[in-house]
Design a binder for this molecule. Structure first.
Ligand code: AG3
Ligand code: MN
Ligand code: MN
Length: 289
């Protein structure tokens, strides 16, 4: 069953933005449930005010179409990732701006590859509590702890913001590969280094937002919560700066794991909706309010 995003469901051909539910969560390492993330965000999105006071626009006016969820193959990460990459590629080749909803963070790998195949090169802005730089975790290179190791191996420039968990090997890899790292403790001590973050990014950016980047007090519905996370306002301020200065070619929001705390689902839906509004302003699809 296809659920619209927000109140106004736009036919595919008229939509500039496609919200792609990707309920794959077979690579989680701790608490289960991210497969219910996309549906929870879509349901919560129905409760959002269409007009976004902070931006002075109604993001829904870009034309949003929520696509059918991407199926997965329970016994095969490779086949599941192939389905994700094919689905993303089809929407990108139809000229749509893709907003993918996870699902666990392993989906970043097929989604980013699809965006490069369709749109050319870009840098990655990875906002997360975790580095996700393990070559493999719990016996799998397709773990949600590994996507950015694989993407680094494939030559993507990487900027990581909000991290508060990484092992020594990941830190050594970051230093060796010149990854721009802005850990949460630095942000809390010195404020968001927006100029440095923007300076580390290229002109074209793919945004990968893991909801556990937010503090658990703000976002308790994730599979691997950690203290010391970003506030909602810090996340919005970071996204506003990135959309103001860069061309965002695609974005994904992953790891929401609904656990009955509806404020978390509203938080997730509002952040996605806000980001769609920022893309609409950046692309000129929406006039400044
Ligand atoms: N959400 C994530 N990316 N989680 C990654 C978990 C893997 C490392 N945990 C360390 C556990 C040591 N016992
Ligand atoms: Mn992650
Ligand atoms: Mn994470």
């Amino acid at each position: 069953m296809r659920l619209p995003f927000g109140e106004r469901d736009v036919p595919y051909r008229e939509a500039r933005v496609v919200v792609l539910p990707v309920p794959y969560d077979l690579s989680l390492s701790f608490l289960p449930g991210a497969r219910r993330g996309p549906e929870a965000i879509l349901l919560a999105s129905r409760e959002l005010e269409p007009f976004l006071l902070e931006l002075g626009v109604a993001p829904e006016e870009v034309g949003i179409h929520a696509a059918e969820a991407v199926p997965f193959v329970a016994g095969s990460a490779e086949e599941s990732h192939a389905l994700i990459r094919e689905a993303a590629l089809a929407h990108l080749r139809a000229g749509k701006f893709l907003v993918s909803l996870g699902g666990d963070h392993s989906i970043a790998h097929p989604l980013v590859l699809a965006h490069r195949e369709a749109l050319g090169e870009f840098s990655l802005l990875h906002i997360d509590a975790h580095a996700d730089l393990y070559p493999e975790w719990q016996g799998s290179a397709y773990s949600h702890a590994s996507p950015f190791y694989r993407l680094l191996q494939e030559g993507f420039p990487l900027v990581q913001v909000g991290l508060r968990a990484m092992d020594r090997d990941a830190l050594a890899l970051v230093r060796e590969r010149g990854v721009a790292l802005f850990p949460a403790h630095r942000i809390h001590r010195q404020g968001l280094p927006l100029g440095e973050i923007l300076g580390a990014l290229g002109e074209r950016v793919y945004l990968s937002f893991d909801f556990d980047a937010l503090d658990p007090a703000v976002m308790p519905s994730v599979g691997t919560p950690l203290p010391g996370g970003l506030s909602y306002r810090q996340a919005v301020d970071l996204l506003e700066a990135v959309f103001r200065e860069k061309e965002v070619v695609g974005m994904e929001f992953v790891e929401l794991s609904p656990n009955g705390q509806f404020h978390a689902e509203m938080t997730a839906a509002q952040l996605v909706y806000h980001a769609i509004g920022l893309k609409g302003l950046q692309a000129g699809w929406l006039g400044p309010g």
